[in-house]
Every structure is written in C-alpha cells, then in structure tokens.
Design a protein around this ligand. Structure first.
Ligand code: MOS
Length: 744
C-alpha cells in the first residue's frame, strides 16, 4: 500500500527555500541596469494640481527622470468594471494615474521619481513641490452615514433580503435587544510590502510582482499599455502575504511599468509602509444595527441586520456584511440591508473575509447580549436556533456541523467551568471573562486549468497558474497529486505563480485550493487512464488484462500484478505522458449558478475566547483560544492549522488594536506606519488551540472547503463577549481599547 499524503501534516515544499533565503520575492530580482522608483503622494483629498515644480528633484544626484501628468507617457484609461469581464473586478481604482491633474484622495500618487538607487529616488521625491487648487472633499464617514444609499452591484449577494415582517416581530417579542455597532477602517500590513520589478524589452514586458491574481493582472496591464496579453509575463512564485491586499491592481504596479517604459530601464518600485496605506485599499469602516427578538425560551422571532459601509468615489465595492445573518440562525422574520456611502478617499478593497469579519462582530455580539437578557447560556441559545435548512430560502446545507463544533469546543475549552455572572471570575487583579461566537464563511470556487506531466523517470510535474501567498498552496496540490497517482511526494513538483502556466484561479474568497484540487484530480485520473491504455498496448505488460488497477507504489497495480509508470513509459519508448484538465469560465459559471440554486455551502466554526482585563487599567489580554472548525476534509493538518491560527491572530487585531485613523478635516491617514497602527505581536497572542472536525463536504473536491477566511469571522465578537463577561460592559465600537472600559 502506498503512503497517503492527504490529511498528513506535511512540511511546506517551499519551506527550505524561504528559510534559507533562496526564495526570490518581487523586489529581489537583480537586473544590471536596474533603476528605482519612488512615489510622490498628494497632500489634499480633492482638487486639481495647478503646478508641479520638479526642478530640484531633477537636479538631485542620481535622478534619472521625474514623471508627472505634464510629461508622462499616456496609459490607456482603466476599463469599466463589468461582471462579464472578471479581470475588471480587480482594478484598484478608476484613476488614470499621471494622465490627469485631478486629485481624488489624500495620498494619491501625483509624480514618480526614477533614480539610480532607492535612497536617491526617495530623497528626490521629497523635493517635488506640488501646488493645488483644493475642492471641497467628503471624507468623514461618520458624518456621511445618514446619506447612505442601498448597495448596488455586489455579485456575491443582493443588498436587501426580507422574510416575514421583522420590525413587527421585533416590536412584539417578549425579549429583545437592539444594538448599534461601529467598526473602523483597517489597512493591509503584509510582511512583504507591495513591490514591482518591471522590465520592458521592446513591446514585451516581464513583471515580477507579488500578486493574488496573475492572469487578471496581466489582462489589466495589457489593456492599460496597449499590448496583447501574450506579450506580458507575470512572475509571482512567492508572495509575502496577500490577505486580499494583493488581489487588485494598484497604482504602484502601473506606475512602475509606466516608469520602465518611459526611462527604457528595468524599474523596481517597493512601496514604503506608508505608501501601502496611501495607495492600497483596506477594509471599509461600518456602522451596523443588529436587533433580535425572541420568545422567553430563546427561540428567535426576529433578526434585523443593517449596515452602512463606504467605497471611494473612484473605486471599491460593497462587502458582504450581512452574509452570516442569512445562514446562521433560524428565524421566521429576517430583514437585511447593506448600504454605502462614497467618499473622497482611496477605495476599499478585499481584506480577509470582506464583510463577514465585521458583520459577524455585530451579529454575534448581539446574540450574546440576547443570551444575557434571557439569562441563558450563549452556546445553548445558539443551539436552540440552529437551522435545519438555510433560513432565508429553505435550501439544503451541503454539510453543517456547527453543533458538533460547539460540543467539541466547549469540551476542549472547559466552557462548563464558566460562572455566567459578569465579573464573577477573578485572578488577583485580573477580571477573567469567557466568550463564544460563531464563524461562518461561504465556500467559493473558480475554474482552474492544469497540466500534469509524468516523466519516464517517474517524476511528476503539476503546472497551474495559482498563487503561493504563504499558505502552502503548492504543497497541498502536490499531496493530492501524489495520492491520486500513487507516487512519493518527493517525486512531485508543482509549478505556480507564472502567467505562462495554464490559467489558474485567483487566490481569493478562500477558493483557490478547492478550485485547483478539482482540476488536479481530474488530470491525474486522465493520466492514470492514459498510462493504462499505453501499458495495455504491449503484449508483455502485466496490466494487459487488468481493467481497474490501483495507483500505488509509483505505478498501476492489481493485486501482485502491475508495473511502475517508469516501466510503462520506457517499454513504450515514451519520454513522458501529459494531460490537461480544467475548463472555461462560462461552463464553470453555469455549474455554480446551478449549484447555488440547490445548496448552501460554507465553512463554519465555534470560537472560544478567554480574556483577562486589568481591574485598574482596563488593559485587555487574550489569554486562551480554542477554535473548532468545519472546513471539510483537512488536506494538510499543519498548513490548515497555520492558516486558521493566522485568521484568529488577525481577528485579535481587529478586536483589540487595529484602526486606521483618517483625519476628518483632510482625509489623510495619520497612522500610516506599524508604529501607530497596531497589529498583534507575539506578546498579544496566546497559544491558539485549533481543531478541525475533518468530515468531507459531499459536494467539494476531496470534500475540502477553503480555510483562508473563516477563522477571522466571529473573532471580534468572541473577544467582545468575553470582555462583557469579565466586566459587565458591552463594547460595540471596535477596537476594544481600555478607554472604552474605564472606569471598571
Ligand atoms: Mo481574500 S479577502 O478573497 O484575499
């Protein structure tokens, strides 16, 4: 019997390259005549450039060129967003950089300096003097909330959904809560800041870029620079963290490509940390209302969830803030609304569980508050309202194990030890609190094309233009291919992150692994078939009379008879066998629409959190965490646990410290640095116990559901609920900083 790799905690295949520094990221590719770019950012939110004085910058040592709207070569304008062309959905903004004197947000790039060194470029960027005519700008989200209008054009979810009459049911409910929540904007802080190395050779472009969507990036660049997509090669074998921030095409990439074209030099642009804040979108802020009505036994009679979020006037889109409220609780009356305001700020973008992360903060905080009102255990309240079918439309769940997640989680966490009275659990000066919340994220897939090649030496090469954004994406596909073909993992190589590979899925929506797995499995099946057909053509093959051999031990066997792939190919005089699998977007969309009309499928989980709150200072420390998840089949216990843990860490940031501060007078982000924008560090993160139920989803390839996003959902609420338990205070305004708790 061959060793099976699926399910095992296999080490990442790229681990050695990364830990020894062999892995080259986008900013690490040497070119002999490489030039370096730096951006000049606008200092007003809205208006026109009346003058740019770049003389001092041009005269500075090492400066090659300063590009402004007065002298930059033209790019074609960005195409309009359209669902018929998904590549247009990843356009960061609709601004035609350096082709216009218009300014649309504070921080928009208005000039690019190209110099012989990064230091010279940055120094000269500081010498560019820009004069503006300022126009009134709308930048204060809180002030604009009353002007919100219904969200339009979110392909993933309609903005409004109703069942029954929720307002009337709420008014009539014997027990109810009605809460308002606010969450701040968040910014992306991947370890690798966005970086581009752009090299033109005539009208051919080579681009080294850390991206979550090589194909769509290539297609966007082709449109902007007027060359066919085949002239552009995007290389992105390693990405130092994505989280959605590298899913869209932002100014830095376009301007590096433009600068390389203008100067006829290879150009590298590495955004400063502040540059990431000013040119790469982040998470929308929100205001939300969640109101719940219940019978005195806890059964919900009304669920209302409304939200207001923001986009930029020049880009961005609605997020799925009420998503979990469509699926988590049975209620005869449900009312959901998502609204938007447009501001003169950089557009929002995908950021790990866009919508769900902050939507579950509100929903799951309100459910906890209802449990307090009812005097009922919050786990028990959730179990009483666990639906048998999807609450909005009675569709079947393909798979639902929230009940099991809570049972296992309560046991692992020691939930029974909890004294429900607020402030009743103490450890010296620390008030101890325990909170729970549900996690929920829909399953999502895209088409993936792959080739699998089997060599006469028994080596297997899987090729797919997918993205290794630091999660072990290539490793799990190698495990799957090794099992499907019955070969050792060491003999499988997976090539990713190159636009010359067969077109893969974008790394987004937690869908990449399942998308690629479906095609890898299909290709491996074809390859087994092709190998068997080849063997059976030979009168000497032990597989001659065999119809359904097993793939194992590096070949095909039935009982004792069979032979290795190497033997099959060698006898046939073949150097290799190669097959392809996958399919186009249209066929895929049709399948998705069909499935969605029948089923609802998602990853889910139960988050258990313990906090300690300092009685005197209000300092909140997360002291224990248990997350139990239903993510279908676990392909790699190690990388899955790491991904789930990472989402919880990011959620702890959302709960306790992360907040982008926008000056309401100027629209400037004033904390655009890791010193002022606080992501959790090791000292903020306890040991996190992650457990997966590991039951296959019957409708997904190998039964796996994506793991990228589900684990950040529910985290904000689990922390807030634990703080409520520790202190008796319900904080509805993220982040939960000590000023919102004092005096205790
Ligand atoms: Mo994700 S926010 O779809 O990278």
């Amino acid at each position: 019997m061959s060793i099976k790799y699926v399910g095992r905690p296999v080490d990442r295949l790229d681990g050695r390259a990364k830990t020894t520094g062999q892995a080259r990221f986008a900013a690490e590719h040497p070119y002999p005549d490489l030039a370096h770019a730096a951006l000049v950012h606008s200092t007003i939110a809205r208006g026109r450039i009346t003058a740019i004085d770049a003389d001092a910058a041009r005269a500075a040592k090492g400066v090659i060129e300063v590009l402004t709207h007065e002298n930059a070569p033209a790019m074609k304008p960005p195409p309009a967003r359209s669902l018929l062309n998904l590549s247009t959905m990843v356009i960061g903004t609709s601004v035609n950089y350096l082709a216009t004197d218009e300014v649309h947000w504070n921080g928009q790039p208005v000039a690019v300096v190209v110099a012989e060194s990064p230091e010279a470029a940055r120094h000269a960027a500081g010498l560019v003097r820009v004069t503006y005519e300022e126009l009134p700008a709308v930048v204060d989200f809180a002030a604009e909330v009353p002007n919100a209008t219904p969200q339009k054009g979110n392909a993933l979810m309609p903005a409004a959904a109703d069942k029954g009459d929720a307002e009337a049911a709420l008014a009539a409910a014997p027990v109810s809560v009605d809460l308002r929540f606010t969450t701040p904007p968040h910014n992306h802080n991947a370890i690798e800041p966005h970086a581009t190395t752009a090299v033109w050779d005539g009208d051919r472009l080579t681009l080294h870029e850390g991206t979550q969507s090589i194909t769509w990036l290539r297609s966007h660049l082709a449109q902007r620079f007027g060359v066919p997509p085949r002239n552009i090669r995007v290389l992105s074998p390693y990405v130092g963290g994505g989280f959605g921030g590298k899913g869209s095409v932002w100014a830095g990439t376009l301007l590096a490509v433009l600068a390389a074209r203008a100067t006829k030099r290879p150009v590298r642009l590495v955004l400063t940390r502040a540059g990431v804040y000013h040119t790469v979108g982040g998470r929308t802020p929100s205001t939300q209302r969640v109101a719940l009505g219940a019978e005195s036994d806890g059964r919900l009679t009304a669920l209302i969830h409304t939200s207001v979020a923001r986009t930029g006037r020049v880009g961005g889109g609605g997020e799925q803030i009420t998503s979990a409220s469509r699926h988590l609780y049975d209620s005869p009356n449900i009312r959901l609304r998502q609204s938007l305001v447009q501001l003169d700020l950089l557009s929002n973008t995908f950021m790990r569980a866009p919508g769900e992360s902050i939507g579950t903060f509100a929903l799951e905080s309100a459910v906890d508050e209802l449990a307090c009102e009812l005097g009922m255990d919050p786990v028990e309240l959730r179990m009483r309202n666990e639906p048998a079918r999807n609450p909005m439309d009675r569709k079947r769940f393909t798979h639902r194990m929230l009940r099991e997640a809570y049972e296992v989680g309560a046991e692992r966490f020691g939930w029974r030890e909890r004294d429900p009275r607020p402030g009743s659990m103490r450890d010296g000066r620390w008030l101890v609190g325990m909170g729970v919340a549900s996690a929920y994220h829909p399953a999502f897939q895209l088409p993936a094309n792959v080739t699998v090649r089997l060599g006469a030496d028994g080596g297997v090469v899987v090729r797919c233009g997918l993205h290794e954004i630091g999660v072990g994406a290539a490793t799990v596909q190698a495990q799957i291919a090794a099992d499907e073909l019955g070969v050792p993992l060491e003999s499988v190589r997976v090539e990713v992150g190159d636009s010359e590979l067969p077109e893969g899925p974008m790394a987004g929506g937690s869908g990449q692994t399942a998308s690629a797995a479906a095609s890898v499995m299909e290709a491996c099946r074809k390859l087994r078939r092709a190998a068997l057909d080849l063997a059976r053509k030979s009168p000497d093959s032990p597989l001659r009379g065999v119809s359904a051999p097993e793939a194992r031990d590096g070949g095909l066997f039935q009982g004792a008879s069979g032979e290795t792939y190497a033997a099959i190919l060698t006898r046939a005089g073949r150097d290799h066998l190669e097959v392809t699998a996958g399919g186009g977007m249209l066929r895929f969309m049709a399948k998705t629409v069909r499935e969605r009309s029948r089923w609802v499928k998602a990853a889910s989980g139960a988050q258990f959190c313990e906090v300690r709150v300092d009685r005197d200072t209000g300092e909140v420390r997360v002291s224990r965490w248990v997350g139990v998840f239903d993510v279908g089949t676990v392909i790699n216990a190690k990388t899955v646990a790491s991904q789930l843990r990472g989402g919880i860490v990011m959620g702890i940031g959302l709960a306790l410290s992360e907040e982008t501060l926008v000056d309401p007078r100027t629209g400037r982000i004033v904390n655009a640095s890791l010193a002022d924008y606080h992501v959790p560090v090791h000292a903020d993160v306890p040991r996190i116990d992650v457990h997966c139920l590991d039951e296959p989803d019957p409708t997904m390839p190998l039964g796996l559901i994506g793991v990228g996003e589900v684990s950040i959902t529910g985290v904000g609420a689990a922390v807030a609920n634990a703080v409520r338990h520790a202190t008796g205070k319900r904080v509805t305004d993220l982040p939960i900083t000590l000023d919102k708790l004092l005096p205790l």
